[in-house]
Design a protein around this ligand. Structure first.
Ligand code: ATP
Length: 640
């Protein structure tokens, strides 16, 4: 006996144990989904076999009719799901059915709270897959033989922490899963129950999902039921329509079918927000079925994760996550593309450099943008749900996809001083419609968080003028704004950069008065400049402030202070560039400073103005302790 034939006991990876435990507890009110998950896996296994058979036809020859079979034994309390797909080798079974390969699993498990309803949603988003068998079964046996291998194995587990694995004889390739049902899972070992679940969840599966035909009774001449023929071969019949859903005409597919198909391709538990199903004929021939999910997966932010559409070539499954068909900022889209123009041997590398793929990619990108524009126009509430989940990914769009910049800009939603709320609900179109008559720019501010943006001294004069300002505080925002130059002919203006160019209506007299004041301010500004020389390029008088005494402004073409901080934190060496300090000449502190004769006190006040301006725009002080000492000194002097 070789070691391989011996029965080995192995432990589940810790994460599997945790997931199993949580899943059994949080999904018990939705038990029936186990069947969908297992049929979905069986169909994937058949797809993989068909793909391998493209280069090795022998794999198919022994058993060419691809199908999944569902059997049950009500007396024994078992259900079997049997496929003649790719099967698993010993090593594959150990890693596929004993570990979770997904990145971020540990973080995901940490999010679970013990609240059954919330957890079941999260687990659904994560994908339960094979392990869902343990919702209804207290023992699961998997017998499997990989196509092309002679060795078959039996994997078995009670789902509590370990599994066994041993070599067995199995005549045919593929996988048979036997569920030994728990007491409260026995209801599923029933012909009609199983049939109705297959139609509900798996009708769209492209291969036949078969069950044993229930013999129709035959009658003798007297009208009595004839005894069944003991020797008759059981006949299997398909209980689903077994036609790839995307190949069917749109008007013959129901919403329910689209939704179930989505769950199959996306491994998502929840319903999609929208979908778009299209057949393209002409120079290129392909069919696409694209879905917008309703919830972001937990690892969406990871740009390196492989993500994309399921690729079929002439109905043969080629690969999951074919990322070449959509740009990275559309990595939330799920679905299928089935092409008639690609070779069955196509690889990821070929996809990256193929002209047909390029054309499909730009057409599919337009399709998604159109789907979103329509949703935004006809169903703003659903669009808002989309935006709240995926807006931050779409914000990568203007930089990623220059050609569609304007279309993407229309889809963006912002927080703005119009609502003063953190929710991103305002479109640029709304902004432009609300623009004041004499306003010719779209103003925005970027800060580390919403409140810093909303309360920034830089907004004071704009608020006074009634100009709306976009309040940006997502990390991606500054990058996005650097690619958005204009919208509807209006340029964007960062209110913390350069000159604001806001026309303030004033009479000749007021103008003169201002000039005179500026002249009077000069010595004060000079005095401050000498003190703050190492921190600022200049100290100027400004009319952008109404309530605050001072703010920091960077040059029009300089990097924003927030971006600079982010890059510095990331360890980048940046050329030095200093902001300028702008002073509100009407502010009492500034006026007080002008008459301050004590040089030490003046210096403290100048530093405090600079430091508070830094803090107000979300910056950090180089020397916070000295700032506190200075402030305390002034407070004591004030109260004396
Ligand atoms: N019937 C089967 N035939 C061959 N391999 C299978 C079968 N069922 C499962 N597997 C293998 O086990 C792996 C794990 O399955 P599981 O259902 O847990 O995850 P998944 O299908 O990859 O993703 P998800 O958890 O999102 O459903 C699969 O990726 C596949 O490689």
């Amino acid at each position: 006996m070789t070691t391989e034939t011996q029965k080995e006991t192995l432990g589940f990876q810790t994460e599997v144990k945790q997931l199993l435990h949580l899943m059994i507890h949080s999904l018990y009110s939705n038990k029936e989904i186990f069947l969908r998950e297992l049929i979905s896996n069986a169909s994937d296994a058949v797809d993989k076999l068909r793909f391998e058979a493209v280069s090795n036809a022998d794999l198919l020859s022994e058993d060419p009719n691809l199908r999944v079979r569902i059997g049950f034994d009500a007396d024994a309390g078992t259900i079997t799901i049997d496929d003649n797909g790719i099967g698993m080798s010993r090593d594959e079974a150990i890693s596929n059915l004993g570990t979770i390969a997904k990145s971020g699993t540990a973080q995901f498990l940490e999010q679970l709270s013990g609240d059954q309803k919330k957890d079941s949603q999260l687990i659904g988003q994560f994908g339960v897959g094979f392990y869902s068998a343990f919702i209804v079964a207290d023992r699961v046996t998997v017998e499997t033989r990989r196509a092309g291998n002679s060795e078959a194995i039996r994997w078995e587990s009670e789902g509590s922490g370990e599994f066994t694995i041993e070599s067995i004889d199995k005549a045919t390739r593929g996988t048979t899963i036997t569920l030994h049902l728990k007491e409260d899972g026995k209801e599923f070992a029933d012909n009609w129950r199983l049939r109705s679940l297959v139609s509900k969840y798996s009708d769209h599966i492209s291969i036949p999902v078969e069950m044993l035909k229930v013999p129709t009774p035959e009658y003798d001449e007297e009208g009595n039921v004839k005894p069944a023929d003991e020797n008759a071969e059981p006949t299997w019949e398909a209980v689903n329509s077994a036609k790839a859903l995307w190949t069917r005409p749109r008007n013959e597919v129901t919403d329910e079918e689209y939704k179930e198909f989505y769950k199959h391709v996306s491994h998502d538990f929840q319903e999609p927000l929208k979908w778009s199903h299209n057949k393209v004929e002409g120079k290129l021939e392909y069919t696409s079925l694209l879905y917008i999910p309703s919830k972001a997966p937990h690892d969406l932010w990871n740009r390196d994760m492989l993500r994309g559409l399921k690729l079929y070539v002439q109905r043969v499954f080629i690969m999951d996550d074919a990322e070449a068909f959509l740009p990275p900022y559309m990595r939330f889209v799920k679905g299928v593309v089935d092409s008639n123009d690609l070779s069955l041997n196509v690889s990821r590398e070929i996809l990256q450099n193929d002209n047909a793929v390029d054309s499909m990619r730009s057409a599919l990108t337009k399709r998604v943008l159109d789907m979103l524009s329509k949703m935004a126009k006809n169903d703003p509430e659903t669009y808002q749900t989309f935006w709240n989940e995926f807006g931050n990914v779409l914000k990568e769009g203007p930089a990623d996809d220059f050609g569609n910049k304007d279309k993407i800009a229309e889809l963006l939603r912002f927080s703005s001083t119009h609502t003063d709320k953190a929710d991103q609900t305002e479109s640029l179109k709304d902004y432009v419609e609300r623009m004041a008559e004499d306003q010719d720019k779209i103003y925005y501010i970027y800060a580390e968080n919403h409140n810093t943006a909303k309360n920034s001294p830089h907004l004071e004069v704009l608020r006074k003028k009634g100009y709306e300002v976009l309040l940006l505080s997502d990390r991606i925002d500054e990058w996005m704004m650097s690619s958005l130059r204009e919208f509807d002919g209006k340029s964007f203006q960062d209110v913390t950069k350069g000159k604001l160019d806001i026309e303030v209506e004033e009479t000749e007299e007021q103008k003169k008065e201002k000039e005179q004041k500026a002249e009077e301010m000069k010595p004060l500004l000079e005095r401050m400049k000498t003190i703050l020389e190492e921190k600022v390029t200049s100290v100027n008088s400004t009319d952008r402030l109404t309530n605050s005494p001072a703010c920091l402004v960077v040059g029009e073409f300089d990097m924003g202070l927030q971006m600079r901080r982010l890059l510095e934190q990331a360890g980048q060496q940046l050329p030095e560039s200093k902001p300028s300090l702008e002073i509100n000449p009407d502010h009492p502190i500034v006026q007080k400073m002008d008459s301050e004769t004590d040089e030490d006190r003046f210096s403290d006040m100048a530093w405090l103005l600079y430091e508070q301006a830094t803090l107000a725009e979300g910056g950090q002080l180089d020397d916070p302790a000295t700032f506190v000492t200075r402030m305390n000194k002034l407070i004591v002097q004030m109260s004396n």
